[in-house]
Design a protein around this ligand. Structure first.
Ligand SMILES: Nc1nc2c(ncn2[C@@H]2O[C@H](COP(=O)(O)OP(=O)(O)OP(=O)(O)O)[C@@H](O)[C@H]2O)c(=O)[nH]1
Ligand SMILES: [Mg+2]
Length: 231
């Protein structure tokens, strides 16, 4: 198998829909999912490039693996649930630090998923990803807890954290998406916008040296630190 040219990683709290987004894009369906254990990846050929897209586990117990998956990533998709404000806060508190191992030119996309469930969101009609292949009937609509402006504000915090200048990176409005893995709303747009954007990052990485990919056999998760230990 040809070595992937670049890597995109999905991060975010459990249950926000990372696996569902990836399956919607790669398999064109919305199957029942089980909470991810560890991580898994798909390979996508985009133009003449091979891109690996990594799905990670949001569960706290797998947290230590996140920075390993992010190593050398050309882009990270930080995913939250628009109907669950805490899931956006978790991105800042728990997940952003995991991206320290990503490529220096790493792109960040902020994705608010499950818009089909919110009162203001697009409904089941006008599906862009074909018929929802599962999930049962329409669920009751929920008040939307996270607005696009909140995601834009978080994007700006990321730039501050990474010490990046707004004029050197794609605009916040370009990198914040609201999606529904269930209906397919904006899912192709998300992945394909990112694929086009990571190609220059891949070329840059190539110019700098061999690609860094995750070798699970030789990588170990960071050692656990014991709380209260100061030795
Ligand atoms: N209505 C609706 N439900 C969704 C959507 N995306 C995911 N779900 C549901 O939300 C639940 C969690 O989805 P997953 O894709 O497994 O979530 P995850 O982020 O991969 O979770 P972990 O693997 O535990 O980190 C499942 O019951 C999905 O069917 C969506 O866009 N709309
Ligand atoms: Mg999952």
């Amino acid at each position: 198998m040809r070595r992937p040219d670049g890597k995109i990683v999905l991060l975010g709290d459990m249950n926000v829909g990372k696996t569902s987004l990836l399956q919607r894009y790669m398999e064109r369906r919305f199957p029942d999912t089980v909470s991810t254990v560890g991580g898994a990846f798909y390979l996508k050929q985009w133009r003449s490039y091979n891109i690996s897209i990594w799905d990670t586990a949001g569960r706290e117990q797998f947290h230590g693996l996140g920075s390993m998956y992010c190593r050398g990533a050309a882009a990270v998709i930080l995913t939250y649930d628009v109907n669950h404000a805490q899931s956006l806060l978790e991105l800042e508190d728990r997940f952003l630090g995991l991206t320290d191992t990503a490529s220096a030119d790493c792109l960040f996309a902020i994705v608010g998923n499950k818009v089909d469930l919110s009162e203001e969101g697009p409904g089941e009609g006008g599906q862009e990803g074909g018929p929802a292949g599962g999930g049962g009937g329409a669920a009751p609509r929920l008040p939307k807890q996270v607005q696009p402006e909140d995601a834009v504000a978080f994007y700006k915090k990321i730039l501050k954290y990474k010490m990046l200048d707004e004029k050197d990176v794609p605009a916040a409005e370009q990198m914040c998406f609201e999606t529904s893995a269930k209906t397919g709303h904006n899912v192709d747009l998300l992945f394909e916008t990112l694929f086009d954007m990571v190609v220059p990052v891949i070329l840059q990485q190539r110019a700098q040296g061999p690609p860094q990919t995750v070798d699970i056999a030789s990588s170990r998760p960071p050692a656990r630190t014991r709380s209260g230990c100061c030795a």
